[in-house]
Design a protein around this ligand. Structure first.
Ligand SMILES: Cc1ncc(COP(=O)(O)O)c(C=O)c1O
Length: 452
């Protein structure tokens, strides 16, 4: 096991602080970063040799766990044979063809075509572009708007930051991309839908489509479970009702399954739980378990047919150098083989149940915990001053941050807090003992920070 001496660590951190602009950068947050050294399964080890459970699968993406030699071997073999070649017009490669076939086998029955990207942001950006392109092909060029939901996260490009339904992601970056709008609670809502865990229902989307005018709306975009916003699963009816609303208004449904795709919710893809099919599907993260970056947007049969039957003056002028990268595709194929060999989708469902049961039994009646929620191996809860009255903590109290820090420093479990929401999503290879360690850490942290 490699560990580093204190001088080396201090020098690395000095250089990090001096030169490394981190995602969601705020320099004081990087005063004393953990320098990771290696990982195995759900465990990460830092440069001092301290071990942590990776309670968020790093960024929801290291599905098969750390240190998988099979994936390194798959990358090395493909790199030796053919690391890269163009997939632009007239060229293709074997791993990219095979991975497209494999992914289509696993996704919704109506899906027919795969466009490879390098990230979830690029997948969502492409999803919007292909939606607009499709409507133009249908002779409906006015259908350009995209409606996204509050509290959703869709990426870091300008268009996907605009899709993201959280204001801090817009501050100082404006003007944001026009024609991308968000749902809000309708004024006179009369329906008897069971609300989602964050309070909205599908009629919020219908109200937004009507507000904007359906003939101007290309698509809606939804995460099946809002992830980065704090893990908010939908009601059982949400996506069935939304599908019906989209069909009635002639609006495409984009499912952003960048987190929920590939087993995270206990199904290969989240909407399979409700027997709902989107028109466009965005994926990334777990397609390669993040061993190399890769993503894709995937289109339904009617959209694929339209793309394959373009008029002579139209070409889908959308491209990335690394689209269909052979080495990334080889890793993706081997990664999905691991999923199948190790029954990881079923394991996600079983371990997710254990995590939810444990959270409910340990924190269910706690005076400062509310809204314990989850789907598959994604779980969250909210810390509040008074659970009975639903009174929140003041943001300045930073209760969520304190709980997450206690979990990390005392319990050895790394996870995410979003304000006062604590979220957990370990790698899909997690076992029962490791779930119990996570539960012990979260239980102690809540009691230490918020009281018994
Ligand atoms: C639901 C969702 N969509 C899109 C993205 C953006 O993906 P990336 O960071 O790979 O660009 C993320 C990232 O966390 C995400 O959670």
């Amino acid at each position: 096991m490699t560990t580093m001496d204190e001088r080396t660590i201090a020098e690395l951190i000095r250089a990090d602080r001096a030169h490394f602009i981190h995602p969601q950068y705020y320099a004081p947050d990087h005063e004393n970063p953990i320098v990771f050294d290696h990982g195995e399964g759900v465990w990460l080890t830092d440069a001092r040799g301290r071990r942590y459970i990776d309670g968020l699968a790093s960024l929801w993406n290291v599905a098969v766990g750390h240190g998988r030699g099979e994936l390194a071997d798959a990358a090395a073999a493909q790199m030796r044979k053919l690391a890269f070649t163009s997939a632009y017009t007239g060229f293709t490669n074997v791993p990219a063809i095979e991975l497209a076939q494999k992914v289509l086998e696993l996704t919704y029955d109506n899906m027919a075509g795969v466009f490879y990207t390098n990230s979830g942001s690029e997948s969502n950006e492409g999803a919007l572009k292909v939606a607009r392109f499709y409507w133009n092909l249908q002779g409906r060029p006015d259908k350009v708007k995209l409606i996204a939901r509050e509290r959703s996260y869709h990426g870091g490009t300008l268009a996907t930051s605009s899709m993201t339904g959280m204001a801090p992601f817009w501050k100082y970056f404006g003007p944001m991309v026009p024609e991308i709008v968000h749902t809000r609670k309708p004024d006179n809502l009369e329906c008897d839908c069971e609300p989602n865990t964050d309070g909205e229902c599908a009629h919020w989307m219908e109200a937004a489509i009507e507000r904007e005018g359906a003939n101007t709306v290309a698509a809606v975009i939804c995460e099946p479970v809002k992830g980065a916003g704090g893990v908010f699963p939908p009601s059982d009816d949400y996506f069935r009702t939304l599908r019906e609303i989209c069909d009635r208004h002639d609006v495409l449904m984009i499912a952003d399954e960048v987190i929920t795709g590939f087993g995270r919710t206990g199904h290969w893809f989240a909407l399979q739980r409700w027997d709902v099919q989107p028109d466009i599907l965005s994926i990334a993260k777990a397609i390669t378990s993040a061993y190399v970056p890769m993503g894709a947007f995937i289109v339904s049969r009617p959209i694929m047919d339209a793309l394959q039957d373009l008029p002579p003056d139209a070409r889908f002028m959308h491209a990335y150098t690394n689209s269909g990268h052979p080495a990334a595709a080889a890793v993706g194929l081997r990664n999905l083989q691991i999923f199948e060999d190790e029954n990881l989708v079923a394991n996600a469902a079983a371990m997710g149940d254990r995590l939810m049961d444990g959270l409910r039994s340990r924190l269910g009646g706690h005076a400062h915990v509310t809204n314990i929620r989850g789907l598959g191996l994604m779980a969250g809860f909210t810390l509040v001053r008074d659970a009975e009255r639903g009174t929140p903590y003041e943001p300045s109290e930073a209760t969520g941050g304190k709980v997450a820090r206690h979990m990390r420093e005392e319990g050895g479990v790394i996870t995410r807090f979003v304000g006062d929401h604590i979220v957990m999503a370990p790698p899909l290879v997690v076992n029962g003992d490791e779930i119990d360690i996570m539960l012990g850490a979260v239980d102690s942290a809540v009691r230490a920070v918020a009281g018994e």
